[in-house]
Design a protein around this ligand. Structure first.
Ligand SMILES: *Cc1c(COP(=O)(O)O)cnc(C)c1O
Length: 378
């Protein structure tokens, strides 16, 4: 048996990357909003169906822009899943808003009952992370938000190309955010995008992205000079990032096919072992399409999770866990409020393990991972 290390994640190279980079570097234009920004934006519009797409320097920055667009301030509260990446919370805390933590459901998504219990008259937004690219229970969340005039912001870092009841993830709430960090399905090193449906928010967002100026309107010839219009920051990525992103997006179908091959292999090979060992596997309900961003399983206890990670490591397989609960983190305790204990987050976080998943993982490597996992008695 081969003992080559199987790493957890490796970004896939896209065919056109070097040619695109060469084109940017040999042009006079490597700052943002050039031809590759336009081309990548158009591809994202096609994949997501979003009327408005703005490339950003990261998903975190797209979420910061959401906070600016919603005019969050110190009197406001934003409900955030306690199981998630820090960006979702810190982008809101940066505006001075109080982060209010809600618990998750059995798929790792923000739980509507927990959200309902956390809403106050100060609640201005609900943050949704579609964990692993599997949509949250959007009907209940939309009903809660719409009846109270609360905005839903989708942190869709995992979910490019996913959908809920036919609706593309990232376009269901008022604002959607994508990540092109190199651990995500499509990447440009560091990058992101803001997805909007509302024309008025879009007009404001393109100013906020460009240091508060109407440079975008100037570039379209709509005004004869550009000037300071609004608050904003430098959220526009360079053409170098857009060039890599455009090449990656051109290969999107191949990237996804590679990831689904691995995901489907795990999903087909592990159920018998899981049933014998009281292990819960990642599941996707029939009314939503996922993105094969990650594959996780959950052991009955934290001790056995840690043992399984050690067992895999001994066989050269890297299988980490993630998301230390936000509600009990140092910043969460200082900047947030937790109306009800997030018990499912604590359980999810302490029993989860992620298997290696990237498009160029070979079938032989996938078979080795399956063999190593199913060798283990939980
Ligand atoms: C990766 C990730 C982010 C941050 O993305 P960046 O582009 O690195 O800012 C935010 N939220 C979630 C759920 C993520 O997985």
């Amino acid at each position: 048996m081969s003992t080559d290390r199987i790493i957890f994640s490796r970004p896939r190279r896209a065919a056109g990357e070097l040619a695109n980079l060469e084109a940017v570097l040999s042009s006079d234009h490597s700052h943002g909003d050039g031809p590759f920004t336009a081309a990548a934006t158009e591809k994202l519009r096609r994949i997501t169906g979003a009327p408005h797409v703005l490339l950003t320097t990261s998903c975190t920055h797209a979420l910061e822009m959401a906070g600016l667009l919603l005019e969050l301030g110190p009197d406001d509260e934003v409900i955030v899943p306690s199981f998630g990446f820090t960006s979702t919370a810190t982008a809101m805390a940066l505006r001075g808003a109080t982060v209010v933590f809600a618990d998750i459901d059995d798929r790792g998504n923000i739980d509507a009952d927990s959200v309902a219990a956390a809403i106050t008259e100060r609640t201005k937004a609900i943050m949704v992370i579609h964990y692993g690219g599997v949509a949250a229970e959007m009907d209940r969340l939309l009903a809660l938000a719409e009846s109270r005039g609360i905005a839903i912001v989708e942190d869709n870092a995992h979910g490019l190309g996913g959908s809920w009841r036919g609706r593309p993830l990232g376009t269901i709430g008022a604002v959607g955010a994508l990540s092109f960090h190199d651990t995500k399905n499509v990447h440009c090193g560091e990058g992101g995008a803001l997805l909007l449906t509302d024309d008025i928010l879009m007009a404001r967002a393109e100013i906020m992205r460009e240091k508060g100026t109407d440079r975008a309107r100037f570039l379209r010839g709509a005004v004869d000079k550009y000037s300071w219009q609004d608050i904003g920051s430098s959220y526009l990525p360079s053409e170098l990032n857009a060039a890599v992103l455009d090449a990656q997006l051109a290969d999107f179908d191949a990237i996804q096919a590679g990831r689904f091959r691995v995901w489907n292999s795990y999903a087909a090979a592990l159920p018998d072992w899981a049933a014998r060992n009281d292990v819960r596997l990642m599941r996707v309900p029939a009314d939503r399409e996922h993105t094969a961003h990650l594959y996780y399983l959950r052991t009955p206890t934290e001790q056995r999770r840690d043992d399984l990670i050690d067992h895999l490591r001994a066989q050269g397989i890297s299988a980490p866990f993630h998301y230390v609960p936000l509600d009990s983190s140092p910043a969460g305790l200082k900047l947030g409020r937790t109306p009800n204990p997030c018990v499912r987050t604590a359980e999810f976080s302490s029993t989860l393990i992620r298997l290696p998943l990237w498009p160029d993982l070979t079938d032989a490597q996938v078979a080795r991972v399956v063999e190593a996992v199913t060798d283990f008695t939980v």
